[in-house]
Design a protein around this ligand. Structure first.
Ligand SMILES: [Mn+2]
Length: 425
């Protein structure tokens, strides 16, 4: 018996049509591989979509792809990720669950003492038992782990899979040191397989009491750093897990989303015009045809402004050479003469958090949850809530109401604040 374990597909992460097409194709390729490999079921551990209410065209394509599995009688099990979870309202994952396209395996209840009791979903064919914990608002799922009735889960017999969408404190990669994580001891022991999501690095681990913990990493790419890593040769894909009464074998199945090409250029000590000329020469030497080209430019210019380097022109140069998509990563570029507003960090969440952290002291409010580190949290969450754009077909007033209520929820203002509902009157 075998199942596929994938996560962090991030459908809809890119705006550019060409990358969007690759993203869609990568997911379709993955599904087709699952069918060829004759897996018994597919488990997706969160972030299927990049946002909780994606564009309908993306939903439509995704359903079409997932229907291929349905036609092949391969069930799909899933949990929410941090991206496709919504604190208010209904997530697209709920809709797919209701439509029978996939099964959300997080079935949680609270008992009288406030403990979190999880139910198992049994796969009809293999009798594998699945349960897990979806991601919640940043860090909130760690509270669920603390209140988890582990003994009940541990007592259950059979082949058991625990799905989660969180980092594990003991297994956190160094570049994600800022990320909130859950200590391994808060996971129930003795499951046969711990199916992870959220960490965008492919890896597998063994810990005492936790025989196999695996993160497939993004199937395609989610953030800027992902696409850079892929362009540099990091393999993307998913795991296929062979099992009987325990895991026999774990195999990584590669899904090639695109051919990549990467250049890192250090402008340190050059003036802006030298840097521009040199960079242009180096780009000319790249084999860019048919490839996704990622260029990282860093270092402190000895003279001139960073804006003297015309990146639009350099981009055009690569497109002329046949590149399918070009991205310049230049947050590491600065100038001795002109101090640009520069923010350090690898992933967007970290950059945003650093920016809020630098400025939280200037915010004068009475609520404790808006001050200090908690205020930083609230700000990150509020930004995430308000970033969600108006959907096709959603009226302006519905959109305003949705964003307003997400904002109120994030800032924990429900009790003191009433939404004016002009249309309802
Ligand atoms: Mn993700």
């Amino acid at each position: 018996m075998k199942f596929a374990h994938m996560s962090d597909i991030h459908l809809g992460a890119f705006r550019e049509p060409i990358i969007r097409q690759m993203e869609r194709q990568a997911f379709e390729d993955a599904v087709e591989r699952c069918i060829e490999l004759n897996v018994d079921f597919v488990l997706i551990c969160g972030d299927i979509f990049h946002v909780s209410i994606p564009d309908l065209s993306i939903v439509n394509d995704t359903i079409r792809t997932l229907r291929l599995l349905q036609s092949a009688s391969i069930p799909v099990y899933a949990i929410y990720g941090s991206h496709d979870y919504t604190p208010t309202g209904t997530s697209i994952i709920d809709i797919l669950d209701t439509a029978g396209i996939l099964t959300n395996i997080m079935k949680a209840k609270l008992d009288d003492e406030g403990n979190v009791v999880l139910q198992f979903v049994t796969d009809p064919k293999t009798k594998a038992k699945l349960t897990g914990i979806s991601a919640r608002r940043i860090g909130l799922e760690s509270k669920l782990y603390e209140k988890l009735d582990k003994a009940r889960l541990e007592a259950e017999k059979g082949f058991k899979i625990f799905a989660f969408h969180s980092g594990i404190t003991e297994l956190k990669p160094s570049f994600l040191s800022e990320m909130e994580t859950v200590p391994i001891s808060n996971f129930p022991k003795g499951f046969n397989y711990y199916a992870g999501g959220h960490i965008h690095v492919t890896d597998e681990f063994e810990q005492p009491g936790y025989p196999k913990i695996a993160f497939p990493g993004p199937l395609f790419t989610g953030y800027g750093k992902d696409i850079e890593d892929t362009a540099r040769g990091t393999k993307r894909g998913f795991f296929v897990v062979d099992f009987e009464d325990k895991v026999d074998h774990l195999e990584f199945v590669e899904v090639k989303g695109f051919e990549g090409c990467y250049l890192s250029y250090d402008a340190a000590g050059k003036n802006s015009h030298q840097a521009k000329r040199e960079l242009s020469t180096k780009l000319e030497e790249l084999e860019a045809n048919g490839k996704v080209v990622i260029v990282r430019v860093k270092g402190e210019l000895a003279g001139g402004k960073t804006t003297d380097i015309n990146f639009v022109e350099l981009q055009r140069q690569l497109y002329t050479k046949g590149a399918v998509y070009v991205q310049f990563n230049r947050f590491g570029l600065s100038s001795k003469e002109f101090e640009a507003n520069k923010l350090a960090g690898e992933d967007p969440v970290q950059i945003e958090r650093n920016l809020f952290r630098e400025n939280i002291g200037t915010v004068k409010v009475s609520q404790d949850n808006l001050k200090g580190e908690q205020g930083v949290h609230s700000a990150v969450e509020l930004l995430r809530a308000t970033r969600d754009g108006q959907k096709g077909g959603e009226s302006k007033s519905d959109y305003q109401r949705r964003i307003l209520s997400s904002g109120i929820e994030v800032l924990k203002l429900q009790k003191e604040f009433k939404v004016e509902d002009k249309d309802a009157r």
